[in-house]
Design a protein around this ligand. Structure first.
Ligand SMILES: [Zn+2]
Length: 470
């Protein structure tokens, strides 16, 4: 490691500061990230945590060894939205079968989407429905967790529900810095009659005959959302683990309540030592919403021409997502994707000149990423390597690209776009505007596209052909 490397530092939402990362057990560094609810195609906002925490996963594997990191990312296959989708799409099937169809299809789609984005598979990808009832393998489950919360005086039964008693936890609200008294004073709605405190949340609720349900000590019902992650995290990572991640929008109530459940059920001081959150994502300067018509799924960007009139390679989406620091809001736009595509093309062309030469992942890249995933600094370093001549720089660049989850495949050139630009250039030539014509030629060359001017042997007219320069 180079002198620049000062160890891994991560911004911890719990303390709102950048801290040195010290794993509980360097032989098994443990990370949990909240995965998607699988009722529909994952949107590009869902792609951000998948990509960001994949980079962290790769970095941890580099620092601690591939076999010394456990990364759990769950699939929420249990949700009222899923029920609604199942009833809509498969009205003639029994509900459980209909739900299985919806979640299997959506989960498979999600896995192929994130694979196309260059993400490694997590070590474990548990599904919530498999952790509701006590398991034959003895791993943590939701019902047992709820029972222990009741035993310890942190949960109570009321009107067919089991609720977490926020009043039983003096320091509830540490992650979101919400204070219970403030919440109560500010509460606009009357406390529902069966709740002891306005912030009390559902651990278990009764299911009607039309809803999916599991037998439990409280009758047939289903778990609340938050308890899923408490169960799956402790099933694979233990009562206290290193890193818990997710989007900023999950801090409250989801992560706050995960912490409350896990700490109170296990009697621990913390659930995870480091809480990391990625920022929001906008599309072309606006909040993504179905009503604004700027709501895009990952699948749509990869496979249709709905965004910017063309398909986008997964690794272009990946680079575009990482050009903004993970904690900052990101404005996802066609321009950003074009910029990412051009950058990637330059890097790949430079890396290609390494031939078969091999080099280690550059220490400067590891140092930059270790500073709270400073991807912009890391990419600046890659562009410098791309600008240097010589086999070592090219080989280092090659190693860096592979490390970051990019391929070495030649970046595709959009033939229709090149044809359009060539036509524009021919129009400039006809006007004898040589400066503009040359500018276009040079811009294309920077993208690896070489133009050849010639004459049509029959008509004698000027024709321009092109080829990709490797
Ligand atoms: Zn979660």
């Amino acid at each position: 490691m180079s002198e620049a490397f000062r160890g891994l530092r991560l911004t911890n939402t719990l303390t709102r500061t950048k801290e040195d990362f010290v794993p509980i057990d360097p032989q098994n560094v443990r990370m949990y990230v909240c995965g998607p609810t699988v009722y529909d195609f994952a949107h590009i906002g869902n792609a951000r945590p998948a990509i960001v925490f994949d980079v962290l996963f790769r970095l941890l594997r580099h620092l601690y060894g591939e076999d010394h990191v456990t990364y759990v990312r769950n699939l929420t296959d249990l949700d009222d939205k899923i029920n609604a989708r199942a009833l809509r799409d498969f009205p003639d099937l029994p509900l459980n079968e209909a739900i299985r169809r919806v979640t299997e299809k959506t989960a498979n789609q999600y896995q192929s989407d994130v694979a196309a984005l260059g993400c490694l598979e997590p070590t474990v990808e548990p599904r919530a429905t498999e952790f509701v009832q006590p398991r034959p393998d003895g791993r943590a489950d939701m019902i047992t967790l709820i029972l222990s919360l009741i035993d310890r005086g942190h949960a109570y039964e009321a009107q067919g529900e089991v609720l977490f008693d926020t009043g039983s936890m003096p320091d509830y609200g540490q992650l979101s810095k919400r204070n219970l008294d403030e919440q109560q004073a500010g509460a606009r709605v009357e406390v529902e009659a069966h709740k002891k405190n306005p912030g009390d949340f559902v651990l278990w609720k009764a299911s009607s005959a039309e809803e999916p349900g599991w037998d439990s000590p409280w009758g047939r019902g289903r778990p609340g959302w938050h308890i899923e992650c408490s169960a799956m995290a402790s099933a694979y990572l233990g009562e206290v683990f290193d890193i818990h991640g997710g989007g900023l929008d999950l801090i409250f109530p989801h992560h706050e309540n995960e912490i409350a459940q896990s700490r109170c059920a296990h009697g621990t001081e913390v659930m995870a030592n480091y809480w990391m959150h990625n920022g929001f994502l906008q599309v072309e300067g606006q909040k993504m919403s179905k009503s604004l018509g700027n709501f895009f799924s990952i699948h749509e960007l990869l496979e249709t021409e709905n965004f910017g009139g063309r398909k986008w390679p997964g690794e272009v989406l990946r680079l575009a997502m990482l050009m903004t620091h993970y904690r900052e809001p990101i404005d996802f736009s066609v321009r950003k994707l074009e910029e990412a595509e051009n950058t990637l093309r330059k890097w790949k062309r430079a890396a290609d000149s390494a031939g078969a030469a091999e080099a280690a992942v550059p220490a400067s890249l590891i140092a930059a990423l270790s500073d709270d995933l400073a991807t912009a600094t890391a990419f600046h370093g890659l562009s410098q390597l791309a600008g240097e001549s010589g086999g070592i720089a090219a080989a280092e660049l090659k190693a860096a690209l592979l490390f970051l989850g990019f391929t070495l495949d030649a970046a595709e050139v959009d033939g229709a776009e090149v044809a359009k630009v060539i036509a524009e250039r021919l129009a400039f030539i006809a006007q004898k505007n040589w400066a503009e014509a040359d500018r276009i030629r040079d811009e294309l060359l920077a993208q690896g596209v070489q133009l050849k001017d010639g004459k049509d042997p029959v008509s004698g007219e000027r024709v321009t052909t092109w080829e990709v320069k490797r």
